[in-house]
Every structure is written in C-alpha cells, then in structure tokens.
Design a protein around this ligand. Structure first.
Ligand SMILES: C[S@@+](CC[C@H](N)C(=O)[O-])C[C@H]1O[C@@H](n2cnc3c(N)ncnc32)[C@H](O)[C@@H]1O
Length: 360
C-alpha cells in the first residue's frame, strides 16, 4: 500500500533485455492528466494503455455509474491482470480490451474523452473517427524527438485543425508499441563511445563523419541569452527549425565535449546533411547570479553555419515574452503546410501534420 500511494512508478512487466514494457504512471502525473481531461459523470472514456488498471478505476469514478470506460492494452498479461483487478474491486462500468490501441475500439464509440498513457508518435485516424464532436484528448505526443503531454480539443471548423491544444508540457512515457511504434537510437559520436546522440530512428546521419568531427575543435557561439530557468521551456520547438532535434548524452567523463546543459543530456540539433551537429551548453556560474548564459558548440563540415542558426533560434526564443505559451494544432496529413513565417514549426507524421504556433 505504501508503494502504491507513493509518488513513484511501479514496474510490472519487463522484456527479456530489461526494457520496461508496463508500469504505473507517476501518481502526480496521473492527477494532472485527469484534471486536464475533465471527465464528467455520464462520459464515455477511452484509455490507451490499461497497465495495472488503476487509472481506469479513477476514470470510472469520474464517469460515474452512467458513464463507461474502455481501456486497451497491447500486452495480454497486463490486460488480463487489469481486468481481474477491476472486477475484483467491483468496477462494473469498465471494459478491458487486449489489442493495439492505435485502432481504438469502435463498439464503445463515440468517446467524450480519450486518454493515452503510452507515448504516441502520431494520432491514428481511429482516435479522431471514434471521438465525439466536442471530445477532449490528453496524449503524450512526440513532436520533433521530444514527448509533450498535450491536452487537445476537437476542432470545430471545417478545413481547420482536427485538434487544438490548450496545455502542453514535456513528459516521458513508455513508447506505444504496435503499428504506431517509432523508436529512437543512441549513436556514439566520440571515439571511445563516451558521448551519444539520441535521435529518432528514422533520422539519417553519417556517424563516421560525426566521430571524426568531434576530434577537432568546435565552432563556438555565445548567445547573450541569460536564463535562470534551466528547464528552458519551449526552446525545443525553436531548435527543431534548423535541423533534426536530438539529445546529446554524455555517459562517462572524459568525453572531451563541453559540459552539457541538463542532467538528462543537452538539447542538440543535427544538420540536415547528417554530418554536423550542434548542442547547447551553459556559461560559467557567476558569483551571486542565478542566471547562466546559453552557448552553442557545433562540430562537423557545416559547424559555423549550424552554430549561427542555432544561436539565432536561441536569441529568438529569448526575445519571446512567454516562450512556453505555444499552441499545438493537429491537421490532416494532406492539409497545406504553413510557411515558417506563419508557424513556429511544422512536423509531418504518417496520418497528421503537427503545427506549432507561438502566442505572438
Ligand atoms: C505507463 S503504462 C500505463 C499505465 C496505466 N494506465 C495504469 O494505470 O497502470 C503504458 C501501457 O501502455 C501499453 N501499450 C503500449 N503500446 C500499446 C498499444 N499500441 N496499445 C495499447 N496499449 C499499449 C503498455 O503495454 C503499458 O501497459
């Protein structure tokens, strides 16, 4: 009971190589997601990722006896256990389905609310087709290499976005498996393997050229942008403009690269040619000043160009009044792509096109 109510995750299933297949969601994260989802009595709710069933139980409380919850898990053992737990605890208004959540579950549609508790790379057509006209959806959605937990409202205008966000924040989730799966890979970029770039699996790069590049000196730029908030809210959207956004991970000391910005690694950008990358670094802490200057180090054949482009994006981000106040729109894949003057960022997915706008 102590573990169940602690603000920590509980892992229930691992693959033979140790990869986590299923776990609970962090309770504080569950609370925020449920607040954003705003389930009302009588609602029909679809959850993707049944896991232990605890979130489905909370959803069932919120939907009440006149509502209904359908929860899906791709892992047969997780679905079986969730079903047993929910029946054992007396929940009559929850149905547990074993299958690929990307297909939704047509017999339970239309859904007033959809909550996804695994990281999605795209929004499959079934979720939009099975959503009620004024539906809301909370989903951890990968946009340019980073997962954002977004609250989406169904679009009301013909020809307009399918979904528009009211909130978003960075988050981490187990990736969805099945048809919607898109992996990542860690590519060593320093001879000796102490540093890696974590990139989307389909990003093309020239690893040998990157390793050669890091043996030479970087192009360095200091941006004049000083910040005390090292979470750097929203900056990843600006940095995804000049190239493929990724993360630099320094695994062991002695990597020879400058100190990165965060413990989980540093935001990095891969030039479209795949042979040049840049990453963020921090200026030294000054006595009594909590602000640190953001800098850029770049390696590779186009290092000067990329360092200038990345520094310019950081300066644009720094000039925004509230850089985190971005809105995310989901359009059909075939919708016309807005120019980078109209939108901060556009990302093409298999089924949709994601458009990120600033509040400017
Ligand atoms: C973080 S856990 C969900 C936690 C769960 N909501 C709870 O209350 O315990 C993510 C779950 O998503 C499931 N999953 C991954 N890909 C899926 C897919 N394509 N369809 C349905 N479930 C999926 C995993 O098997 C895992 O159980």
């Amino acid at each position: 009971m102590e573990r169940a109510y602690a603000d920590d995750i509980i892992t229930t299933h691992r693959d033979t190589d140790g990869t986590v297949l299923s776990c609970t969601t962090l309770p504080s994260c569950v609370a925020t997601m449920l607040e954003r989802l705003d389930v009302r009595p009588g609602h029909r709710v679809l959850e993707i990722g049944a896991g232990t069933g605890i979130n489905a139980a909370l959803l069932a409380h919120l939907a009440g006896p006149d509502g209904h919850v359908t929860t899906i898990d791709v892992l047969p053992d997780a679905a079986d256990r969730a079903r047993r737990h929910l029946v054992g605890a007396g929940y009559a208004n929850v149905e547990v389905i074993c299958g690929d959540g990307a297909d939704g579950h047509l017999p339970g549609a239309p859904y007033d609310r959809i909550i996804v508790t695994a990281g999605a790379w795209d929004i499959p057509p079934a979720w939009t087709q099975q959503a009620a006209p004024d539906a809301r959806m909370v989903i951890p959605l990968r946009i340019a290499g980073f997962t954002h937990e977004v609250t989406l409202h169904r679009g009301q205008q013909p020809g307009g976005p399918l979904w528009t966000s009211s909130h978003s924040r960075l988050s981490g989730f187990i990736k969805m498996r099945g048809d919607g799966h898109h992996g990542e890979r860690d590519v060593p970029i320093v001879a000796g393997g102490q540093s890696e770039l974590r990139v989307e699996a389909d990003l093309t790069l020239d690893q040998a050229a990157l390793v050669r590049a890091t043996s030479g000196p970087p192009a360095r730029r200091w941006t004049g942008v000083r910040t005390a908030d090292l979470r750097l809210p929203g900056l990843e959207f600006w940095l995804a403009r000049p190239g493929g956004l990724c993360r630099l991970i320094n695994r062991r000391p002695g990597h020879g690269l400058a100190p990165a910005t965060g413990q989980g690694g540093s935001l990095a950008v891969l030039h479209p040619t795949g042979d040049t990358f840049a990453y963020l670094t921090l200026g030294p802490a000054q006595d009594g000043d909590t602000k640190r200057e953001l800098g850029v180090y770049a390696y590779g054949a186009h290092s000067d160009l990329l360092a200038d482009q990345v520094a310019a994006q950081i300066q644009e981000w720094g000039a925004e009044q509230a850089p985190a106040a971005t809105s995310i729109e989901i359009h059909p894949a075939e919708a016309p792509t807005p120019s980078l003057d109209e939108a901060l960022l556009t990302v093409a997915k298999d089924h949709t096109q994601i458009v990120v706008r600033t509040s400017r």
